[in-house]
Design a protein around this ligand. Sequence first.
Ligand code: NDP
Length: 450
Amino acid sequence: MIQEIYKSVVDRDPNQPEFHQAVEEVFDSLAVVLEKRPKYRKFKILERIAEPERVIQFRVPWVDDSGEIHVNRGFRIEMNSAIGPYKGGLRFHPSVNLSILKFLAFEQVFKNSLTTLPIGGGKGGSDFDPKGKSDDEVMKFCQSFMMELFRHIGPNTDVPAGDIGVGGREIGYLFGMYKKLRNEFTGVLTGKGKNWGGSNIRPEATGYGQVYFAKEMLKTRNDSFQGKICLVSGSGNVAQYASEKVIELGGKVVTVSDSGGYIYDEAGIGTDKLNYIMELKNVKRGRISEYADKYSTAVYTPVDASLGYNPLWNHKADVALPSATQNEINKTDADHLVKNGVYCVSEGANMPTTKDGVDLFLDAGILYGPGKAANAGGVATSGLEMSQNSLRLSWTRKEVDDRLHDIMVNIHDASLSASKEFGMPGNYVAGANIAGFMKIADSMIDHGCV
Ligand code: NDP
């Protein structure tokens, strides 16, 4: 019966493979729940949860520095508001399309539920590529994007944040235009600058949370990060702060990457080298290959799509922290990881592992924390930013970090205990899907057929 519902999702939008992948993974975990709680069938929860409440698509015209006009596409998927206003990031990347945003919005619904905060799920973005654009061009694009988006969002309706290609700079330009158009100063976006309503620890939150989640998984085996060799992918927001936390906990990061390739630094990326990466990526907006020019201990390997696997995942290590993008670990990569001794994978990126890769991790019995649970620290801290904005208060770094840590411990424990309750102990994929799902499903039933 679940297969039939899944088939109808695929038939309805046959050209959305990433969305199908995300739905299939969740549905697979829910068969056992539907058996125990038939009311979810009666109220057609699966059919409803896989259909966005609203999909917004719009034109984003803007003028570059040479005076030429460009036209991009803007999107916002308002997926589910059963437990709170839509919440989820904006992604600016040339690959952005409806399939990718619907998968991200769908994942976000369960993730937000897991945080225990009252936030629904959404996602948005554009096929605009900020890479190589001047600050002025990025500003003009963001302003044009917000000139349409502003009518669909609001602090009690839909509260976007950052994602790939959308960091502090973009959130600033978006917020500025929203404020001008609405003539109000509200917490309509999260990831704001600290001078104008941003929360301490929000930039760090996803990466820190991902490592806190891994720490909890390791703890179940009386283990810790001390002395562990870690493979990190990406070199953006999530990768940078995951690396920072690993270093703080006594681990050794030996890889980081960008879309051009990766560096392997056997000596380890310590604090000084990480500061260099942050400057390179956040200020100079350079390429990770430059790291190998600066540090002779590092080897740079450019991407080679013809390989069919990513050599970054083929080094001896203990822990893997994928923090770049979806489907960056395929079955071959998963196999390489396990064969190289990796026994803990905590996902900072959303859906970085293909379905057969996930199955391989589960069969191998390693500690595997899916993105939905392991990277929920970002949105959780966005939720804390919303609370601070509503209270007109600002909590200290320690206060926010302590709350983030508690939330990650709770997400870990809730996922683990759901996995046990439903007969799949240690399967964090099933545990996270089930724990996230039930609160949403029960709320949808409470609200009637809407
Ligand atoms: P950033 O834009 O800051 O960094 C993204 C990094 O991933 C960059 O190094 C980028 O390289 C690399 N990358 C992006 N696309 C690809 C690709 N197709 N192939 C190879 N490398 C790629 O984004 P974030 O760090 O914010 O996001 C990373 C992941 O974490 C995403 O999956 C995002 O959805 C997820 N996430 C982020 C949250 C947040 O709070 N920011 C919250 C929860 C999840 P390059 O610079 O060359 O493009």
